[in-house]
Design a protein around this ligand. Structure first.
Ligand SMILES: [Zn+2]
Length: 79
């Protein structure tokens, strides 16, 4: 099987590119059930999106990923 690359679409500009050249980023998306009562459950889901390198740079994705990694490592250390 030659050239079987999974292509993804940039979430920002819509450009198609092979997944290994794309920058994966987990975007937090919050939902609400809109019930407006005690059962109103808000939940938070992480949606995986892909950006091409130029959009990732433009949106500071690399910076955000680094910040997130730092935050996670700090959390792991505890108080
Ligand atoms: Zn793009």
């Amino acid at each position: 099987m030659r050239g079987k690359e999974i292509s993804v679409v940039c979430d920002s500009c819509g450009r198609k590119m092979p997944r290994n050249k794309a920058v994966a980023y987990e975007k937090g998306v919050s939902f609400s059930t809109e019930l407006h009562n005690a059962n109103d459950v808000r939940f938070f889901e992480k949606k995986k999106v892909y950006y091409c390198v130029s959009c990732a740079k433009h949106r500071h994705i690399f910076q955000r990923k680094a910040e997130e990694a730092e935050r996670n490592s700090r959390k792991g250390r505890g108080f």
